[in-house]
Write a protein that binds this ligand. Structure first.
Ligand code: ADP
Length: 358
């Protein structure tokens, strides 16, 4: 059994002047679920997470934590009464308090006996791997350690909801990966419901049970990571979750989920998610995972290797075709720059969208 909140946001609207930071957004997060909101800067992610935390108040709409509506009329239930913990991008630790005292601060309101409080803080610090650093002050800790203290502070009171506001953005790549795994395992161990906001698609796919893609204060799609990747509902979602390149062509034949697109001298079989018609101009958005140098496919184009980058597990190639360029074409061996080659396109991992007419 999970002890996480069920979160229900209905028709949330928040205006700053004439700008709608949240534009009638609805979202449901089930108890114990790890939800990641993915969107570009300015799309409304912080406004939403701050409204859930109780630091902001939405203008209209409702927010429920389980059966409690936290924003009824003039009421805005205080952050400390929402049974949640929050981790911020900039750690937000008190500089004049030690790691132990920073974590302990989150228990103050509980008025626990000194020894029980100490035990909880020790356990939280231990869980984030900082058992020996309790006496250190923030300036004596690395960025990663400071964020671990913030994580301990967020979990120490056993919250039913954990909110993460781009917590890894200020850390180096290698540390980011380690702390991401810790956030993932710790949150799931506790059983708390989680909402994590980021503009980084790889972070979103790595962490999420479900991803919500947000744009201009609205959710474009909320789905399993696999569905978002394989079946993006629209061009924005496809573009924002990683593409190798885009080709434009004309639809020659259509079946239920796929179509044949003529690019000029070549044809490609691709998937379509929004209905397309014969004769229509379409953009084909191609996922990096759709591309390979395998020879056993009918869906092939002639290409030239433009660049190659070593990636440890193999090589990513940038290639030129007659119809445009593609990046991130993976192979375990490297192909020399300037070489001629055939690129295979997996029809299931590229999607045709009608060309937008302005
Ligand atoms: P994100 O977290 O996705 O970057 P935000 O929620 O911070 O997006 O912002 C959404 C929009 O609302 C942006 O256009 C931002 O400029 C605007 N905004 C956010 N906070 C304020 C504020 N306090 N006053 C005026 N505009 C704001």
């Amino acid at each position: 059994m999970s002890n996480g909140h069920q979160v229900k946001i209905e028709g949330a609207r928040k205006n700053y002047g004439s700008l709608a930071a949240l534009d009638g957004l609805s979202l449901r997060i089930e108890p114990g679920q790890f939800m990641v909101l993915l969107g570009p800067s300015g799309s409304g992610k912080s406004t939403l997470i701050r409204s859930l935390a109780g630091i902001e108040k939405i203008d209209t709409g409702s927010i429920f934590l389980d059966t409690l509506q936290v924003n009824k009329g003039p009421i805005n239930v205080a952050p400390e009464k929402r049974n949640l913990g929050m981790v911020f991008q900039d750690y937000a630790l008190w500089p004049h308090l030690s790691a132990f005292e920073n974590v302990e601060y989150a228990l103050q309101r509980r008025k626990l006996a000194k020894d029980i409080s100490k035990q909880k803080v020790d356990t939280a610090l231990e869980r984030v791997g900082l058992a020996t650093k309790g006496k250190n002050y923030p300036h004596e800790l690395s960025g990663g350690e400071q964020q671990r203290v913030a994580l301990a502070r967020a979990i120490v009171a056993d919250p039913a909801l954990l909110l993460f506001d781009e917590p890894l953005s200020n850390l180096d790549a290698d540390l980011r990966e380690r702390l991401r795994i810790e956030i993932s395992t710790l949150t799931r161990e506790i059983g708390a419901t989680a909402l994590y906001i980021t503009h980084d698609q790889s972070e979103a796919f790595a962490l999420a049970d479900k991803i919500g893609v947000i744009n201009h204060g609205k959710l474009e799609q909320v789905d399993l990571p696999e569905e978002i990747y394989e079946r993006p509902l629209n061009r924005f979602v496809a573009n924002f979750t990683g593409i190798a390149g885009t080709f434009t062509g004309k639809v020659k034949r259509v079946s239920k989920t796929s179509c044949i697109v003529s690019l000029g001298e070549d044809e490609l079989k691709v998937r379509h998610t929004v209905g397309v018609q014969v004769g229509q101009s379409v953009d084909i958005l191609i996922r990096p995972a759709a591309t390979s140098f395998k020879k056993d496919s009918n869906n092939q184009l002639a290409a030239t290797i433009k660049d190659v980058a070593y990636r440890g597990r193999g090589y990513e190639h940038a290639i030129d075709t007659k119809y445009g360029s593609l990046s991130g074409v993976f192979d375990t061996v490297s192909h020399p720059r300037g070489g001629r080659i055939s690129v295979s396109i997996d029809p299931d991992r590229c999607i045709a969208f009608p060309v937008e007419t302005k």
